[in-house]
Design a protein around this ligand. Structure first.
Ligand code: GDP
Length: 440
């Protein structure tokens, strides 16, 4: 059984909770794309943990946690996260398997990400400056460093020297690092050329900790599939941030689609049997880009932002306030289609309990026409939301443990969403905790 848990929207749908819940029973939990640029919030008996790179199965002593070759692996962050979010909380050392083919996100990727956002100034992408775009660009440009190289000194140093020669020319000629004196310690690092020897020492410093964790992920997963193990593929972000199918260029630099696990973890496409697509009962998005159902009234937006999730809608990685909006049927239907959703987990339903009436975006209006299909970015920028309102339930539903016990208005809201997206809503999440889940 291979089950993917992925997002249909802009990310932050609450995948972490669903993964943690279903991960409690999984034999294997797999990350196949992205890096430390997004976060899962997991709340369990160990408290509240923000995971950015580690798979959510790290709290389950039985599970093997796999980091696939599609992941942007920041080794510094990986081990800091392992120490701070897992081991220091008294969780035993999780079982981890890191692909020997995964590429390493280097400190200079963060440097380039930061410099590029500075160069773009008011046209910046709103990057989390985790180095993700420069990392994937390098990988595709064949300038990346794979985990396996850490175990081959001569090859690694040679490779780093070649990369540094190119990058230092870019730093000098594009970002003009020699031309202005750094004004702080942080700027000193930002405006420094890349020293291949220092990068070599940086990578080798992880070698012994990494050695027992590295292996052939694809061979391992094929074996697990043959043995009928329960495998969970853990997506990051959501469909609308997909490089090829999302709101380009305000997208991420890898694919958050379930199908990408075939590339990013080396499993056969036919092996994925269930694609649980997580949909949020309202919308939230981080960073710039068209967001048709956004709540433009600042007070109304703040009302929702404050109540969202378990601590308000503020980024798990950056703490930035998220933009919030009403449920968007056009974007979500498209998001589910791109994922190939076989079932939907609808989250954050409890958050809407303060509203008398709940607006939902049922269609877009584009040049006076009503459209139902999610358009390309230049057209998306011109779309206006066609809203309708559904009755609210005006009470706290977070204590309810059976779907049938929800107020009729809440059930109607769920059923409305199901009709709009055309995929069965099999689970409704009515609170941040693991037990706040209603099966249908
Ligand atoms: P992910 O990136 O999709 O994993 O999303 P996050 O982990 O950032 O989830 C967003 C927030 O929603 C977190 O603070 C979760 O604890 C919280 N959350 C998840 N499901 C629910 C829910 O049903 N209700 C409420 N109130 N919060 C939820």
């Amino acid at each position: 059984m291979v089950r993917a848990i992925v997002g249909a929207n802009w990310g932050d749908e609450g995948k972490g909770k669903i993964t943690d819940m279903l991960g409690a029973k999984a034999d294997v939990v797999v990350r196949f794309q992205g890096g430390a640029n997004a976060g899962h919030t997991i709340i369990n008996e160990y408290g509240r943990s923000a995971l950015h790179l580690l798979p959510s199965g790290v709290f389950n002593p039985r599970a093997v946690n796999v980091i696939g070759m599609g992941v942007a692996l920041d080794l510094g962050k990986l081990f800091r996260e392992l120490d701070a979010e897992v081991l220091s909380k008294g969780v035993p050392m999780p079982r981890l398997l890191i692909s020997d083919r995964a590429h390493i996100l280097m400190p200079y990727h963060i440097q380039f990400d930061t410099l590029e956002e500075m160069r773009l100034a008011d046209k910046a992408y709103g990057s989390t400056k985790s180095g993700i775009a420069p990392f994937y660009a390098d990988k595709v440009m064949k300038k990346g460093i794979q985990v396996c190289e850490i175990f081959h000194d001569d090859l690694l140093l040679e490779h780093l020297k070649e990369i540094a020669a190119l990058k230092n020319a870019q730093l000098r000629d594009i970002y003009r690092i020699g031309e202005r004196a750094p004004r702080s310690e942080a700027e000193k690092a930002l405006f420094a050329p890349i020293d291949p020897e220092a990068m070599f020492d940086y990578l080798v410093s992880f070698r012994e900790r990494l050695r027992p964790l590295v292996g052939d992920v694809s061979a391992f997963l094929h074996d697990c599939i043959r043995q009928g193990k329960e495998i969970l593929l853990e997506g990051q972000l959501g469909s609308l941030k997909d490089t090829d199918n999302g709101i380009y260029p305000m997208v991420t630099s890898s694919s958050p689609l379930a199908g990408f696990a075939c590339v990013g973890a080396g499993i056969p496409p036919y092996a994925i049997t269930d694609i649980v697509t997580v949909v949020k009962a309202y919308s939230s998005a981080v960073g710039a880009g068209a967001f048709v159902s956004e709540i433009l009234d600042a007070d109304k937006a703040e009302d929702l932002r404050r109540r969202g999730g378990d601590k308000g809608e503020y980024g798990a990685t950056t703490g930035r306030p998220r933009r919030v909006g009403w449920f968007d049927a056009v974007a979500t239907r498209y998001g589910c289609r791109m994922q190939g959703a076989t079932e939907v987990a609808l989250t954050n339903l409890d958050v809407l309990g303060y509203l008398d009436e709940i607006p939902v975006c049922e269609a877009y209006e584009l040049e006076g026409r009503r459209i139902q299909d999610f358009p390309v970015t230049p057209l998306l920028e011109q779309c206006k939301p066609v809203l309708r309102t559904l009755p609210g339930w005006k009470c706290d539903i977070s204590h309810i443990r059976a779907y049938k016990d929800l107020p009729a208005e809440a059930r109607r809201y769920v059923e409305y969403i199901e009709e709009q997206i055309g995929v069965r809503v099999s689970m409704v999440s009515n609170g941040p905790a693991r037990e706040s889940i209603l099966y249908r």
